[in-house]
Design a protein around this ligand. Structure first.
Ligand code: GLY
Length: 340
């Protein structure tokens, strides 16, 4: 049997949804784990692997999926070499580090988030406390900081002088007022527990040199992160403005709800966004996703996006497909055709 026919038969055996997906991407999605390999932890970037490993340890020692999300993300937030997550992250245009974070728990569809919070070591813990200890979903700025301190969370004075001066010099030599390239590498971390429940979290210092008070996609439920316990979860990294205008992670989860494999759902969301935007080669966005069935994947607007996948039997860094200049359909082609 030739390759094309073999693919067709296996697609038919898997059902309509998978066949449809293969048509969209031109590639067969293959990220899937077996029940015995659960839990499944998926996160953005190679640095997510250390967070995944920490999350797996939490689960192996009897912790909950929320503990795994929170304590996994602590690892990246504490990494002094990471310049885009945590208090070692890049300062804003006023020389201040403002952090964004959110968390979601599938059962009960619970969510908490903090935006533009200053001086708190673990914004993911502040987000979790918002979810668990308040009737609200999101706290921002000084209110978020005061709440975190009241909750006993650790605060740290950050001296950003040197970083700020370097950034100002760089900025002076650039035409663009704000750099939009590789300076916004958020951690989004998704966990599918052995019991089938799903949780996720997201944390970032956001765009380097952002205007004071600028909040990106990461703490916005549905943009930087979305969890639906009946379907799956998705998280985003990259230029927040190009995610939050489209409720990007919500879009990925909705594509999975329609039957797409997580990787195809990520690709479909990026193609949808790219069709709206003539500058699509500069979108600088990536998604990771997992579904209820233990399938996972990622995709990016550019080639070479790496993400981390961890289960009971493996922990590895993979590369997701990039949309780039590939077939995205007609720009503006999302609009429904209305007959005159
Ligand atoms: N995705 C992080 C940010 O744009 O702030």
């Amino acid at each position: 049997m030739d390759m094309t026919r073999r693919k067709f038969v296996s697609g038919a055996a898997l059902g309509l949804a998978t066949t449809t997906l293969s048509k969209i991407s031109g590639a067969e999605p293959d990220g899937e784990i077996k029940k015995g390999e659960m839990p499944l932890i998926v996160s953005t970037w190679p640095f997510g692997k250390a967070s995944n490993d920490a999350g797996l340890k939490v689960l192996q020692e009897g912790g909950t999926i929320l503990d795994a999300v929170e304590q996994g993300i602590w690892v990246t937030e504490s990494d002094v070499h990471n310049q885009s997550v945590g208090l070692a992250g890049a300062p804003n245009a006023a020389g201040v580090v403002q952090l964004d974070s959110c968390i979601m728990y599938g059962p009960g569809h619970k969510a908490g988030s903090v935006g533009a919070i200053e001086g708190i070591r673990h914004p993911i813990s502040a987000a979790r406390r918002v979810m668990e200890k308040t009737p609200h979903v999101m706290l921002v700025g000084e209110g978020a900081r005061m709440f975190a301190l009241e909750q006993g969370l650790e605060s740290i004075e950050v001296d950003t002088h040197e970083k700020y001066e370097t950034w100002k010099k760089k900025r002076a030599s650039e035409k663009q007022p704000l750099r939009k390239d590789k300076n916004h590498d958020t951690i989004a971390l998704l966990v599918l527990g052995a019991d089938g429940n799903i949780a996720g979290g997201c944390s970032t210092s956001g765009l380097s040199g952002k205007l004071p008070g600028r909040v990106g996609d990461s703490p916005i439920i549905g943009s930087g992160l979305y969890v639906d316990n009946d379907v799956g979860a998705a998280g985003a990294t990259g230029l927040g403005e190009n995610v939050m205008r489209y409720c990007g992670s919500f879009l990925v989860v909705e594509f999975m709800r329609q039957g797409l494999h997580p990787q195809e759902a990520c690709l479909a969301a990026i193609r949808r966004i790219a069709r709206q935007d003539p500058r699509h080669t500069e979108l600088s966005i990536s998604f990771v996703a997992l579904d209820k069935h233990g399938r996972y994947g990622a995709a990016s607007s550019a080639q070479g996006f790496q993400y981390s996948v961890t289960t009971n039997s493996k922990s590895e860094v993979l590369t997701g497909p990039g949309v780039g200049n590939l077939d995205i359909g007609e720009v503006g082609g999302n609009r429904p055709k209305i007959k005159p």
